[in-house]
Design a protein around this ligand. Structure first.
Ligand SMILES: Nc1ncnc2c1ncn2[C@@H]1O[C@H](COP(=O)(O)OP(=O)(O)OP(=O)(O)O)[C@@H](O)[C@H]1O
Ligand SMILES: [Mg+2]
Length: 458
């Protein structure tokens, strides 16, 4: 195949090309808040990876002009490492195998192979080797592979690091697909992404900087600052390494720091990109929860609306929760559980509140700050008889096998004989009214009106 000729203006459309990093970022921005640097690093690596695969298919006799693109993500828990990769893989429509390095260490103990990861990928594609080879393998909690836990040396972690080298180098591997079949996988086409929180790594960097070690950056991506032979970068406002925050310290990460953390040099050396995610700010937490369709607040609002109740969170209340989550350092998951807790006393009572005429619930600052009860907005006039939830409840009752769904109802105090009599009467009623009932049933099984626009797949 020949190299493509000069590009004529208008001769290609954007829609028939591998998305550019910018296009990938535009997509990611809809689902992943902040993390501009990680988005740039990830999309650039993914772009070059697939460009490289197309190069191989086009010019099989020539080596790819750029090497492999494996990525290592560092970032605090809940900052979006997994979310970022899953979101992109979903959009690109490539198989993604998701594993935790922790489980690899555990299987290492019982003598199993690290290639369970590849088996996961292969299963994702139903055994289609070609498709699996163009997939992405994401290995989370890679920091659990560290070899030194305090004074102890962890050989299993080191063993797993060593076995992963085979994949990172792109050697072919035979993978057990099921009990009877094995498949040969060419790992040289698979993109490997590793991620971990690396708690304590920033301290290692700060300590090294404090000793006055020279900073040369990681993989040559951070330029050497001329004259940076002292504690920190020349002209750096934070001349005191101990005063650097985690993100600033990790910006000065060197391979030697990862070695000190517990990685073998061969393993570290295989990464083309080492990228960082920051802990999100309180404002970003708020946007994560309320900004997208997938955000917890929209989900909660939909759940309330189903019951005919509007949910409102006062902006100050959200910000208070976000600041709390920010302080706790538990990431978006921590923020979500705070919101969940703020709603827990209301949520379970939604059907009853609706029946009592409550049309809206307001979570004010006082609710989250001092545990005050939420404010209820009462509907003008009578409570709505039917909410979308009422219709669903009617249908859902058919899935159960319950004699008396309302334990407050009188049937509870009837003797067995009276109950039998009642059932008999109902049966007679049912038979005599059968045609009407059937019509009514048909009407009931219609899709209930949604109180909000449907949320479907894109
Ligand atoms: N930057 C973000 N934008 C939008 N949502 C986010 C972001 N970060 C996290 N989330 C949400 O929080 C959840 C947890 O995030 P995720 O699993 O990606 O964290 P992580 O960085 O992989 O953490 P861990 O180290 O604990 O695995 C995600 O499913 C997502 O819903
Ligand atoms: Mg994760």
């Amino acid at each position: 195949m020949t190299a493509p000729g000069p590009r004529l203006p208008g001769s290609v459309t954007r829609a028939d090309l591998l998305p550019s990093p910018r296009q990938m970022i535009r997509y990611l921005d809809r689902y992943v808040e902040g993390q501009a640097r990680a988005k740039r690093d990830l999309t650039n690596a993914v772009y070059n990876h697939y460009l490289g695969l197309a190069w191989r298919d086009s010019y099989a006799d020539q080596a790819t002009p750029f090497g492999r693109q494996h990525i290592l993500f560092l970032g605090p828990t809940g900052s979006g490492k997994s979310h970022l990769v899953m979101t992109l893989a979903r959009w690109l429509g490539v198989p993604l195998a998701f594993t935790s390095a922790k489980s690899l260490v555990e299987v290492g103990y019982v003598g199993q192979q690290v290639d369970t990861v590849l088996r996961t990928l292969l299963r994702k594609t139903g055994g289609n080797v070609q498709a699996a080879q163009r997939g992405i393998v994401f290995i989370d909690e890679v920091d659990k592979l560290r070899t030194n836990h305090g004074a102890e040396r962890d050989v299993s972690g080191e063993g797993v690091q060593n076995s992963l080298l085979t994949f990172l180098d792109g050697r072919p591997t035979t993978v057990k697909f099921d009990d009877t079949t094995h498949r040969e996988i060419d790992t040289s086409q698979i993109l490997f992404i590793f991620a971990g929180a690396f708690v304590g790594l920033a301290d290692i960097v700060r300590r090294r900087l404090g000793r006055g070690a020279r900073t040369i950056g990681f993989g040559g991506t951070t330029p050497v600052v001329p004259g940076a032979g002292t504690a920190a970068h020349a002209g750096d406002p934070a001349a005191d390494p101990a005063a650097l925050d985690d993100d600033a310290a990790l910006a000065r990460l060197e391979p030697a720091d990862l070695e000190r953390f517990g990685f073998i040099p061969e393993f570290i050396g295989r990464f083309a990109v080492v990228s960082r995610l920051r802990a999100l700010s309180a404002e970003e937490y708020v946007r994560v929860l309320s900004g997208t369709e997938e955000g917890l607040l929209r989900k909660k609002a939909r759940q309330f609306a189903l019951n005919g109740i509007r949910l409102e969170f006062a902006p100050e209340a959200l910000l208070t929760l976000a600041r709390r989550a920010e302080g706790a350092g538990t990431g978006v998951r921590g923020m979500e559980s705070l919101v969940q807790r703020a709603l827990e006393d209301v949520e379970w009572r939604l059907p009853d509140l609706a029946a009592e005429g409550v049309a809206g619930v307001q979570i004010t600052e006082a609710v989250v700050a001092s545990g005050a009860p939420p404010e209820f907005l009462v509907a003008e006039g009578d409570a709505a008889e039917e909410t979308p939830a009422t219709q669903l409840r009617r249908r859902a009752l058919g899935y159960l096998n319950i004699e008396n769904p309302d334990p407050d109802a009188a049937i509870e105090v009837l003797s067995p004989e009276q109950r039998r009599h009642l059932r008999f009467q109902r049966e007679v009623e049912r038979r005599t009214q059968a045609p009407r009932t059937r019509r009514k049933r048909a009407a009931d099984s219609r899709r209930p009106e949604l109180p909000f626009p449907g949320v479907g797949p894109e």
